[in-house]
Design a protein around this ligand. Structure first.
Ligand code: ATP
Ligand code: MG
Length: 427
């Protein structure tokens, strides 16, 4: 017995027709990003571990328990990227591309050692956008408008809701965290062991805890909003005004803190209640990271903002509410059937190439099954083929071709030299 080797827990294969839905969604997102002048950047999946260790924040979920870290043959510590922003900034610094006003997007797999469940995997995919060098709330709004337009095109606007918050500057936050720790220490008896551990490491994350029994504790906690500077408050207000002006619905959630330490000022998340049980799930999250680039280089850019969409969660939502229907009436346009024999095969090869050259968008398969015609037609139906073209000795002798519309169940015989003009009428 050969032992079956299975995929790694939490990592998935994606099969047809999900791949088709995925491609559709990706294309919709890419077209919109292109429309706003964003440029693709392709980044490595593996990075030096220190990149993430230094920049994501010591006491975040990712750093504490989710990193996929391994040693290479030279004992270098490498990590499969858990998110896109830090690798993006690394690349920007490395290539010295600090042009203000430049906008980027990336697309690809991320890796986090999480407990796998619906919408939470160990390998998942994100499409992210990043902008450096701009501080206007109009650019914060642009990102939100873009994502909002993506939801519109995907027909999910009514199934997602936007929450925004301001975290203030990193200095404001430090002052606040001191007060919060003091408060939580005093009330630590209300917290479970897991949250108690967070008091000194990541007290902000206690605030977005879902535990019902500490809701009151959270409600009475000192508010970050009382600590943030007037400058941050004004930026936040301006963003809210732009969103109102653009008729984009949002709610202000002062408990929204996000899972990474590098954020400041504006943070936002789109959530949905429509995938699986267990409350709302975030499908896109982002915010400002003005200090990240300066922390990683000697530059004083002091401006950066980005967000990432979780593709699997988006697909789960779209599948649940059926907001995009994939038309799989015909998967193949033409299924070419040679009736066996070498020189018929050669003829079929030529005809196949001729049609493909004239109709580069059509999907054309040549059958090499060499079974009887009936069985091959069954195959063509299984492939959801629209037409079949049959080429046999008789057809070659007569310079003719049999074309059958499998959907209408109609067949005609045409002269070979009329094939392209005939197909032009159909496609
Ligand atoms: P969560 O609070 O759900 O763990 P997060 O704050 O860790 O999310 P981000 O780091 O903001 O998530 O990543 C952006 C998006 O990527 C999320 O909103 C989600 O859609 C997706 N995502 C994050 N982790 C996973 C995962 N393990 N599996 C699938 N998608 C994920
Ligand atoms: Mg997480």
């Amino acid at each position: 017995m050969i032992k079956k080797i299975t995929a790694i827990h939490g990592m998935h294969d994606y099969l047809f027709p999900n791949t088709l839905l995925w491609e559709n969604i990706e294309n919709i997102i890419k077209n919109i990003l292109n429309n706003y002048g964003y440029q693709e950047i392709k980044l490595p999946i593996l990075e030096k571990s220190e990149l993430f260790k230094k920049n994501i924040g010591e006491y975040t979920d990712i750093r504490e328990k989710e990193m996929y870290t391994l040693l290479d043959k030279n004992n270098n510590s490498l990590t499969l990227r858990p998110e896109g922003t830090t690798g993006f900034i690394r690349a920007i610094i490395e290539h010295n591309i600090f042009y203000n006003n430049k906008r980027f997007w990336y697309n690809g797999p991320m890796f986090r050692y999480e407990r796998p469940q619906k919408g939470r995997y160990r390998q998942f995919h994100q499409i992210g956008i990043e902008i450096l060098g701009l501080k206007s709330p109009y650019i914060d709004a642009e990102i939100i408008i873009i994502i909002n337009n993506i939801w519109k095109k995907l027909n999910i606007t009514n199934n997602v809701f936007l929450e925004i918050n301001s975290l203030g500057s990193i200095i404001d936050r430090k002052e606040y965290v001191k007060k919060l720790i003091f408060y939580l220490e005093k009330n630590s008896r209300f917290l479970d062991i897991k949250d108690r551990k967070k008091i000194y490491n990541n007290p902000l994350r206690i605030l977005d805890s879902n535990h019902k029994n500490i809701k009151e504790l959270i409600n009475n906690a000192p508010k970050l909003q009382d600590f943030i500077s007037i400058n941050s408050i004004n930026k936040f207000k301006e963003l809210c005004q732009i969103l109102n002006f653009m008729n984009i619905k949002f709610t202000i959630n002062n408990c929204l803190v996000r899972g990474l330490d590098y954020y400041n000022d504006i943070v936002f998340e789109w959530k949905t209640n429509d995938i699986g049980k267990g409350g709302s799930k975030t499908i896109c999250g982002g915010g400002r990271y003005d200090k990240l680039i300066d922390n990683m280089s000697n530059r004083k850019i002091n401006k950066g903002i980005g967000c990432a969409i979780g593709i699997e969660r988006l697909i789960l939502l779209i599948q649940t509410i059926q907001s995009i229907k994939i038309d799989i009436k015909f998967l193949i346009d033409i299924f070419l059937i040679p009736i066996e024999n070498n020189h018929i095969l050669q003829k079929t090869l030529l005809i196949g190439e001729l049609i493909r050259n004239n109709f580069p968008k059509l999907k054309i398969i040549t059958s090499y099954l060499f079974q009887n015609l009936k069985k091959q037609i069954i195959q063509a139906n299984k492939y959801k083929s629209h037409f079949i073209i049959i080429i046999g000795q008789k057809e070659i002798d007569n310079n003719s071709i049999i074309i059958k519309n499998l959907y209408l169940k109609k067949q005609i015989i045409i002269p070979e030299n009329k094939l392209i003009s005939y197909l032009e009428k159909i496609f």
